[in-house]
Design a protein. Structure first.
Length: 167
């Protein structure tokens, strides 16, 4: 059974704000990298139950800049997660809560690991598409369509299971 987030958070276990904070941390890395490469109109958008995305515009962007922007969200999360796991203890993160520093570290590593999967539209898929196939062309389009269909085939049963459990 998948973890079911409570409709009203209890005082003992509130993973939702922590998970949202980790997503903010991940996308803040992308946003800062985009700002450092002089992107215009940068913004972070949060999509409930799906995650977030960073938008911006720039006319000329090299492949190395694009790769650095993608990795700027992932690498700090991996490093901080590893640090929390190594240094942290099993003591609660906040008094009267059950979530520990080690669990936060694992959650950061897993969240960034999922984001590194070679499936479009997550970061690993975008990196693979931009580095190997470019953003234009038939191979790129076929890869994007295949990735979206594969992701739908995996995620849709999970969403349906969550809906059935909440009813």
């Amino acid at each position: 059974m998948l973890y079911k987030f409570p409709a009203t958070p209890s005082k003992k276990n509130t993973p939702t704000p922590i998970f949202v904070s980790l997503i903010i941390y991940l996308f803040l890395g992308h946003w800062l990298a985009m700002r450092s490469f002089n992107y215009q109109d940068t913004a972070i958008f949060f999509v409930p139950f799906l995650g977030a995305m960073v938008t911006g515009s720039k006319r000329n962007l090299s492949e190395s800049q694009s790769a650095l922007i993608i990795l700027a969200g992932l690498l700090p999360g991996f490093l901080l997660g590893w640090l929390f796991f190594q240094v942290g203890s099993h003591t609660p993160l906040i008094p009267n809560h059950t979530i520990s520093w080690v669990q936060i570290g694992w959650l950061m590593v897993v969240l960034n690991g999922v984001n590194l999967l070679p499936v479009y539209p997550v970061d690993g898929g975008q990196l693979l598409n931009q580095v190997y196939w470019g953003e234009e062309g038939r191979i790129s389009n076929a890869y994007i369509i295949f990735s979206c269909l594969s992701l739908t085939a995996v995620v849709l049963p999970v969403i349906l299971q969550l809906i059935n459990q909440s009813v």
